[in-house]
Ligand binder design. Structure first.
Ligand code: COA
Ligand code: MG
Length: 293
């Protein structure tokens, strides 16, 4: 999943627009973009939207961002949306692997009730929304087979800390949020799931988005959250491996296939060994997922 587009759960109009975008996944939101007074209506809208998407031959993956475990709203969220068979649930304010296990149990019960395959619904936690959560980032590894990806957020974290801002005047994140970003990258990698970069909220600033995408891809993120359909093309382009990168990855793998038993080789004047094979395999997987290569 390169691009994951948020859609407020109470907006049928935005859902139709989002479905027509090229986003790899839609995240139908029942949490912060939906005011408390209209949550019930949003649940019905989201349930119908999932049904509508599933009728299409080709469609983005559909995730639902539910309310947090301790919100008092989660059970009703899950009751409303799981029978429609979403591909996954995004868990906000996740405090660690324990929270994922708890959600997983709730999903297992609903899957059984709705006659859905056991373990089918994936989980994507937002892992950095409180200071306490940052101390549990290692706990996602092995927490659940449902884990498909992990992402981070700076807005709720800065509110938790009481920071006046999380960005410097040039747009760069301040140190506490750079740490959260790096921990999310390592937590996802350690759990062998996809690291997804957080939202870029200035949706009219294409250059700023492109720069943030480049930095994310460079560091190892495999996709990015979006809040506006106009952001999708930029994100997809940034996280689609280039023809040059695909050729290079194939060359690395071919070099080792041609030299079975070799631990280290030289390729175009550069040393390549085990980590290079791993990186090449990842890149080819990403290319395949993007429909190329
Ligand atoms: N999904 C689908 N359609 C969207 C969209 C989204 N996330 N964001 C905007 N659109 C639609 C608008 O409805 C509008 O449609 P129209 O031309 O038929 O009127 C069109 O795209 C252009 O939108 P624009 O006028 O540029 O922006 P806006 O002021 O209407 O909306 C936001 C700005 C931020 C409110 C909107 O982008 C949004 O709701 N984003 C998602 C917010 C969210 O889910 N946040 C939670 C996670 S942080
Ligand atoms: Mg939030």
């Amino acid at each position: 999943m390169r691009s994951l587009l948020f859609v407020p759960g109470d907006s049928e109009k935005k859902f139709a627009k989002a479905l027509a975008s090229q986003a790899d996944a839609l995240i139908l939101d029942l949490e912060d973009s939906v005011s408390p007074t209209v949550k019930e209506g949003a649940r019905r809208t989201v349930r119908a939207a999932i049904g509508e998407a599933r009728k299409k031959k080709t469609r983005p993956r559909i995730y639902v961002r539910v309310n947090p475990l301790d919100s008092g709203l989660l059970e009703a969220d899950l009751d409303a949306v799981t029978p429609a068979r979403p591909d996954g649930i995004m868990l906000p304010k996740s405090r660690g692997g324990q929270d994922v296990m708890q959600l997983s149990t709730k999903l297992a019960v609903r899957e059984a009730e709705s006659d859905l395959p056991d373990g089918e619904i994936a989980i994507l936690p937002i892992a950095t929304e409180s200071a306490a959560a940052l101390f549990n980032m290692g706990s996602y590894a092995g927490a659940s087979r449902r884990l498909s990806a992990l992402t981070w957020g700076a807005e709720d974290l800065s509110a938790d800390v009481g920071a006046s801002t999380n960005r410097l005047t040039d747009g760069a994140y301040t140190d506490p949020y750079r740490l959260a970003r790096a921990l999310a990258l390592f937590a996802a990698t350690a759990a062998e799931i996809a690291p997804i970069d957080t939202v870029f909220v200035n949706f009219r600033d294409r250059e700023g988005l492109a720069a943030e995408c480049d930095a994310a891809r460079r560091d190892g993120f495999s996709g990015k959250l979006a809040i506006h359909p106009d952001q999708v093309a930029t994100i997809n382009a940034a996280f689609t491996p280039s023809a040059e990168a695909i050729a290079r990855a194939r060359a690395v793998i071919d070099a080792f296939l041609a030299n079975p038993g070799a631990g280290v080789l030289g390729l175009d004047g550069e040393m390549i060994d085990r980590p290079h094979i791993k990186r090449a395999e990842r890149l080819l997987e990403a290319a395949k997922a993007a429909g190329i290569g």
